[in-house]
Design a protein around this ligand. Structure first.
Ligand SMILES: Cc1ncc(C[n+]2csc(CCOP(=O)(O)OP(=O)(O)O)c2C)c(N)n1
Ligand code: SF4
Length: 256
């Protein structure tokens, strides 16, 4: 008898992704949807979409979704969670959304210990608007606004959001993962699930930063982009769990 070994998660609609070929936003969507399915959260989930390439996430996730203004997803999610505390609430945000215009929003949501979960997609550029420098662009990286490479004298240093947010008391789970190869995709999935379980248990704010590719704006093929991420982003953005509640650590497997 035929056995199903691979299928589309219920928490995704049938709509094809609008992302460029090789963009890892699609993989990250799938991981989020699988975690929602596995934890049985689909009927009680409210997701908050960002501004950026993932703006159409409301078409892709088969759960209730709200569109927030640029950077404001944590504020919208805060409102939803406080009014409907029994719902599972997550935000999905790019680095332009979360670490540029929305920096204050995410820091204060974390500081208040809001019981929401954030998926932070770091592809080191503003993708949708044409590949401008983001706060996460690495030193020397060429973008449309740093054609000679990001220079610390004029453009400052990359912001390491996972490290920064892990110092905020209200944040209880903070991890950085990557999806540039199958092993890391599996680790990313475990971290996302842990972040969601932290919210389920009412422990506080959780965030998973996911290193992602933007082949289009990096000017690389999908395969070259995966290699570029591994070679250039991992040294600047080390993977790991920066903060984890004790009950998840005791005897448990480390996610990253
Ligand atoms: C208030 C406001 N300012 C600027 C914009 C323009 N804008 C749309 S998407 C975007 C950048 C998004 O980049 P990122 O969050 O990194 O997401 P990506 O497209 O890379 O997935 C900007 C600046 C906007 N929509 N609203
Ligand atoms: S522009 Fe970049 S981030 Fe946006 S869909 Fe294309 S590859 Fe992905």
């Amino acid at each position: 008898m035929a056995r199903t070994i691979f299928k589309r998660p219920q928490a995704l609609t049938d709509k094809p992704f609008s992302y460029c070929p090789g963009c890892t936003h699609g993989i990250i969507h799938r991981l989020v949807a699988q975690a929602i399915d596995e934890l049985g959260l689909r009927e009680k989930t409210v997701g908050v979409c960002p501004v950026g390439c993932a703006v159409f996430a409301y078409d892709f996730f088969n759960v209730d979704m709200i569109q927030a203004a640029h950077g404001r997803a944590p504020a919208v999610a805060t409102g939803v969670k406080r009014v409907l505390p029994d719902r599972f609430v997550f935000t999905y945000q790019g680095d332009g959304d979360l670490a540029a215009i929305g920096t204050a929003e995410i820091v204060h949501a974390a500081s208040r210990g809001e019981r929401i979960s954030t998926i932070f997609v770091n592809n080191a550029v503003f993708g949708m608007t044409g590949g401008q420098m983001a706060p996460t662009t690495i030193l020397g990286q060429k973008t449309t606004t740093t054609p000679f490479g990001r220079n610390k004298e004029t453009a400052g240093y990359p912001l390491r959001m996972a490290e920064l947010l892990s110092t905020v008391e209200g944040a209880v789970y903070v991890a950085r993962v990557s999806v540039h190869n199958p092993g890391n995709v599996l680790r990313a999935k475990r971290a996302i699930k842990t972040a969601f379980e932290v919210q389920q248990r009412g422990l506080g704010f959780s965030l998973v930063e996911v290193l992602s590719t933007c082949p289009t704006n990096w000017g690389l093929s999908p395969v070259e982009a995966l290699a570029w991420l591994e070679k250039n982003m991992l040294p600047v953005y080390p993977l790991g769990e920066f903060k984890k509640p004790a009950e998840f650590s005791e005897g448990g497997e480390t996610a990253c």
